[in-house]
Design a protein around this ligand. Sequence first.
Ligand code: NAP
Length: 254
Amino acid sequence: MILDKFSLKGKSGIVTGASQGLGTGIAQGVVQAGANVILASRSAERLEGFAEELRQYDTEVLVVPTDVTQKSDLEKLVQATFDAFGKIDFLFNNAGTNRRAASEEFTEEDWDLILNTNLKSVFLLSQLVARHMIRQGGGSIVNTGSLMCVSGGKTIPAYAASKGGVLQVTKALANDWAKYNIRVNAIGPGYFKTPLTEALRQDPVRNRELSERIPMGRWGEPEDLAGVAVFLASEASSYMTGQIVYVDGGWLSL
Ligand SMILES: NC(=O)c1ccc[n+]([C@@H]2O[C@H](COP(=O)([O-])OP(=O)(O)OC[C@H]3O[C@@H](n4cnc5c(N)ncnc54)[C@H](OP(=O)(O)O)[C@@H]3O)[C@@H](O)[C@H]2O)c1
């Protein structure tokens, strides 16, 4: 039956960037759908607090403090997930960061930080997880893109480059790994209320401009990603790969 295909009961996987913001909405969705999950980010304390909330849903929720810019951390994360659950059915590459500055002033240090966090980690972690998925006979990888997968934004040259890259690596890996039954897709969130966008929301001019430009008339909440996260991780999307699903209150339609 169709609703059974959305179930993640008996499945297990990883959500990065799960200590706050969009990762919490994604993790909540997959846990409520029955999955066992490893929450990963740098802040052990915030992860543990959120894991405790999720344990009410009676699945296994574990925490692995991870800096996604450190390859050795990524290796430990994948090993810990395999040790805990014996398989890795899904991976959400969601950790990300941003810095804003006029492009003529943008520093090399910020460029490297953003590209390493938002793009390089997506490739490296996907590669590590895919090696397990190939042995298992398949899996689902879901990357968090952005409207900046297809737009340049203003004062965010590194972020825009990283998210353009996320869409391209999503397609490239989808092509290479389709033969292993590994699906690779992306979610493209519009403007969401998270700590990442706090400064934008505090700026009355930008806040009004952005809010008025969203056809649905409101910023997204992390829970607004839960449904699409479950869909992309589950069998319900079994013939879908190399795609991005925008969840933007209509932004790109305007
Ligand atoms: N909010 C939006 O409107 C929006 C729109 C489009 C796309 N996105 C994307 O959605 C994703 C999540 O963004 P958000 O809005 O939820 O941002 P956020 O509130 O700042 O949360 C970012 C998450 O990423 C983690 N993180 C950052 N750097 C990390 C690192 N080096 N290693 C491990 N984890 C790291 C943070 O945890 P720790 O600090 O604990 O490490 C946190 O859990 C990002 O990829 C972002 O680009 C957001």
